[in-house]
Design a protein around this ligand. Structure first.
Ligand code: ZN
Length: 144
């Protein structure tokens, strides 16, 4: 169990120190969503490009704690190139897992499983979900 926790910590710290898909673009066709988490100072903007029912790209920018910033990087890495339906299912299952709501226990969260332990720290659940909530808002704007 300790090895697993170490692995999860490594995933989180790796994405925190070497964030993927970081930095916003001025290219056209992106939907932008900004969310703040006053309790921790997290401030995240998610910028997504959705075309042909597919998540073509996800960018993120912002400041915050390691959980918040790394989870934006994990989100962008995992959901890029997924279909909108797959991305929606992934996002809802992830948010429900972190916030102790019912979710699909057999769902493959890939590296996002690293945040599973956050559900035991209610003060940090917003940190782990803020980027995902912003992305979910983007999908809602897109899927009419
Ligand atoms: Zn935070």
């Amino acid at each position: 169990m300790r090895d697993l926790k170490n692995l999860y910590r490594q995933i989180i710290m790796d994405h925190y120190k070497n964030p993927r898909h970081k930095g916003l673009t001025s290219e056209e066709g992106y939907i932008k969503e900004h969310i703040k988490n006053p309790s921790c100072g997290d401030d995240i903007t998610i910028q997504s490009k959705i075309e042909d029912n597919t998540v073509k790209d996800i960018r993120h920018e912002g400041t915050g704690c390691s959980i918040c910033c790394s989870s934006a990087s994990v989100l962008a890495t995992l959901l890029k190139d997924k279909s909108v339906a797959e991305a929606q299912t992934f996002t809802r299952n992830y948010i429900n897992m972190i916030t102790n709501q019912s979710y699909d226990k057999n769902f493959d969260f890939e590296d996002a499983i690293a945040y599973q332990g956050v559900k035991d720290f209610p003060a940090r659940t917003k940190c782990a979900t803020i980027a995902w909530l912003a992305f979910e808002q983007t999908l809602k704007k897109q899927v009419k």
